[in-house]
Ligand binder design. Sequence first.
Ligand code: AMP
Length: 441
Amino acid sequence: MAKTPVKTKKVKISEKTKKGAILLQAPKGMHDILPEDQPWWNRVRKVADTIADFYNFQRIDTPILENMEIFERGVGNTTDIVEKEMFVARTKGGDQLVLRPENTAGIMRAYLEHGLSRLPQPLKLYYLGPFFRHERPQAGRYRQFHQGGFEIIGGDDDPLYDAQIILATYRFIEELKVKNLVIQINSIGCRVCRPTYKRKLLEYYKKFENKLCKDCRRRIEINPLRLLDCKNESCEALKADAPVMVNHLCSACRNHFKLDLEYLDELGLPYALSHYLVRGLDYYNRTVFEIYAEGIPSALGGGGRYDYLAEILGGRKSPLPAVGSAPGIERIIEVMKAQGVPGISKPRAKIFLIQIGDPAKKKALGLLEKFREADIKVIESLGKESLSTQLKIANKEEVQLALLLGQREVFEDNIIIRDMKSGNQETVPLSKVVDEVKRRL
Ligand code: AMP
């Protein structure tokens, strides 16, 4: 059945300039990934797949849009992401959808919606895709950016899984040849021990309430842990003497953290305790971590345990052990480039097809298909007419062989194979050219 053509309204450039209204610019904080940048993205995709495959993570892709409550409830109403940074779209039916600012909540939604607990547990999942936060654009901070991620959901809350998540994330960045990585790690406790710590924090910060920024004065009652995340200078200075969570962990959390660190020791991963790392989102408990490259102030990725998320989303009556991470791709690629790590280009073609005259151009089309069937990559410049221009391109592309198809060759059902290095040429029957090329490669 013939497809109904999609109706598009073409706007002529002259119309655009007449009205002068169309801004030929990507939205603020969003970027095109041009062909010249794709080699780095190729490397990222390839390494993500290899690492995920080795550690047995299965790919999951969730929609770019999610219902707003997934993030309001999951990530938390008092977090920057939900308070300030969500791109919200209202549908004609009145639903409020959000361009996903992160993926853990969406993945948990999918896990609960599809009853993935019936699969062997824990379930190991990974993803790579675009995310959206309405932040003030600056170096390394965009409104559309990409994250990869590893999640281990279900099973028990064995700290081995925390170590496996940290390991997979670390190896992913390391395999991208980023040098001098260090893991910053902390435990933010659980429902049992965190309330005591929050009280201690509250007592401490209350003494300095007038020195806190406006946001923190508001946060102090709602979520004092968030004060430790504030980048405001005066709030940061107060952090230095704030109480430390690891001193208030209950024995279960202390043990969990201790074992987690022992696994990292066993794996020989470089880590540093970071007493004030809390990672602002509500769903975290126990282990939280971030990975940095030495000398670069912003984190390349982060993650943690989120045993309460399934419950917060209303899909469980008790905690569901889970732990995950999210490396940020743009930041990693920026460091790769700064450290001189090359991308992966697609393999170059070794053959260039030159055609001269209309009959040859027509024949060339069919011939290219024969090479495609034989899985041999051939490049051409069918829009060009002159032999010397096409030879110049073939030289520039550094191909091994050029195939020359002129009027005479078409007439005689032949083709010329030219060895670009030696300049030797041979005329062969057109029907044999694929085999002849194979023999020479
Ligand atoms: P988060 O969970 O917010 O710490 O994000 C995890 C990682 O994603 C960060 O360590 C960054 O590498 C990256 N990331 C987060 N937000 C942005 C952004 N606005 N622009 C670029 N990368 C980001």
